[in-house]
Design a protein around this ligand. Structure first.
Ligand SMILES: *Cc1c(COP(=O)(O)O)cnc(C)c1O
Length: 497
């Protein structure tokens, strides 16, 4: 299997190169040259495997330059009860008849990003070895909260790597700050920046592309790499859980092999729902892919009209991980839907950069409405649905997942579609305790975040995740706060070069 770039179809690299490079040199994203097919018999067989083996089976189709032993080294290290609080790694909860919550948040940071960030370090170090990149990999991350913590947990103590995370001093929740300041591991660093998320991100980008810094690292046997969601090594692990969930439902007798299901995904960067699209095109029988957004509804409009327009107001919502106006992974979908027409993709994304807007062809519009449905809801509706689900079904869900449930209920009402449905549940309710508590109890409370956790534990029957339960007693290891002008100097001094 080779990988092409969405902006240059002549680029042709193996997965190890796609993963270590992260992004293609002309700015395109790596896409496998074809989509491997699974038969229904394969899917049936997957149901009998452990999660790590399910993942290995899927990866063997995409990472064909990896040996079987290398793939198992990655999957066995990532998907074990050492890192996940669930024997089966993901869980499926039954919400109401024919509606299944695919809980992707039983990993160390209680959000679905662990599903990919637990394995990415192993993919990266294995890939680097395969292409004889005998260098220490330095991961730099700018975070607005969740990605940074998930990357830290993934890379901590992974040999051959070190990781440094920058967050905006006043731009993350107290809980997120504490999670990062108490991070364990011998190869990790965390630093607050006086500025906002964009300052962190711009600084990291500037350091990445600074030739002098690059040379200094090279002279010292190091190289930069990125853990953000455009890396193919973050997308491919997400395909696994959709195939796995379907196989599990067949095994449990909830559906018959070959029955179609809908998949609903609360979406920001379009990574998670794109993984569902891949699962469908590999052979998982899917009726509709339902794309759920919060009030930053650029994707709802795009799927419904074929016009992508980021020229709109940005809203901070109770589902902050979906507060995104540029969904990077959409580029991969459009590349596939234009039959891999790199010239068209270059033109649309040039327009996006220059004017903030592009409109796809009628052919692509038809494909979008054939495969996807889209909807959105605002914060009040998000909280109302959390309340409703709690009262009706004794199920506590987080704000992002709630957006998906609400959009699905609207879809069901307007279409009358009774196809069984999998809803991606992307975070533990403990992670967004303030909004979840407010929704359930019908009013804001002024207790601190630790008390909120205890309160949710009383209300729901979900055990407090060990990682959050321990947090109160963990020593703070990182207290550096720097000015944004000092970021480069700080990185070099932390690396000792
Ligand atoms: C990142 C995130 C999302 C959005 O996922 P994308 O792959 O960016 O679409 C949704 N929910 C939670 C909890 C997240 O952390």
């Amino acid at each position: 299997m080779f990988y092409n770039s969405t902006r240059n179809s002549d680029v042709k690299v193996k997965s190890a190169e796609a993963i270590t490079q992260g992004i293609s040199s002309e700015g395109g994203l790596f896409v496998p040259e074809s989509i491997p097919e699974l038969s229904l018999a394969d899917i049936n067989a997957i149901g009998e495997m452990s999660y790590a083996d399910r993942a290995a089976f899927v990866f063997s189709k995409f990472l064909t330059d990896f040996t079987e032993a290398e793939i198992h080294y990655c999957t066995d290290n990532a998907y074990s009860t050492k890192n996940f609080e669930s024997e089966s790694i993901t869980e499926i909860a039954h919400l109401f008849d024919g509606t299944y919550m695919l809980e992707l948040w039983h990993g160390p940071t209680c959000a679905f990003k662990d599903m990919a960030l637990q394995i990415l370090p192993y993919f990266l170090t294995t890939s680097a070895k395969k292409i004889n990149l005998d260098k220490k990999i330095v991961i730099l991350v700018a975070t607005s909260g969740d990605t940074g913590k998930a990357a830290l947990e993934g890379f901590k103590d992974v040999e051959g790597t070190s990781i440094l995370v920058f967050y905006p001093e006043d731009g993350v929740s107290p809980m997120q700050k504490r999670q990062m300041k108490t991070q364990e591991g011998s190869n990790v660093g965390v630093c607050a920046l006086k500025g906002n998320f964009d300052d962190c991100q711009n600084g990291v980008k500037a350091i990445f592309t600074d030739d002098e810094v690059k040379q200094t690292l090279e002279n010292n046997g190091m190289m930069f790499s990125s853990a953000n969601s455009i890396n193919w090594g973050r997308l491919v692990p997400q395909i696994v859980y959709y195939i796995s969930a379907y196989a599990e439902l067949v095994k449990d007798g909830e559906i018959a092999l070959g029955d179609k299901v809908n998949i609903v995904v609360p979406t920001g960067n379009f990574g998670n729902i794109l993984a569902a699209y891949y699962a469908k095109h590999m052979g998982v029988p899917v009726n509709k892919l339902i794309c759920a957004s919060n009030i930053n509804n650029v994707l709802t409009d795009f799927i419904n009209t074929g016009v992508y327009d980021r020229n709109r107001k940005f809203f901070a919502t109770v589902s902050p991980s979906m507060d995104i106006l540029i969904s990077s992974n959409l580029e991969r979908l459009l590349y596939l839907m234009t039959d891999r027409n790199d010239a068209v993709i270059r033109e649309w994304f040039r327009k996006l950069a220059a004017e903030g807007r592009y409109e796809v062809s009628d052919d692509v519009k038809a494909k979008l409405s054939d495969e996807f449905c889209a909807g959105f809801c605002d914060d009040e509706q998000t909280k109302a649905i959390i309340h409703e689900i709690y009262e009706k079904y004794s199920y506590t869900c987080d704000t992002h997942t709630a957006v998906a449930v609400k959009v699905y209920e609207d879809y069901k009402k307007s279409t009358g579609d009774t196809t069984k449905t999998i809803i991606a549940s992307t975070a533990s309710p403990y992670k967004f305790s303030a909004a979840v508590l407010e929704a359930i109890e019908g009013g804001k409370s002024d207790i601190d975040e630790y008390a909120m956790i205890d309160r949710i534990a009383e209300l729901s029957d979900i055990p407090v995740p060990a990682a959050l339960a321990d947090l109160k007693n963990k020593p703070e290891r990182f207290s550096d706060v720097i000015d944004k002008t000092e970021q480069k100097k700080y990185v070099l001094s932390k690396l000792g070069v």
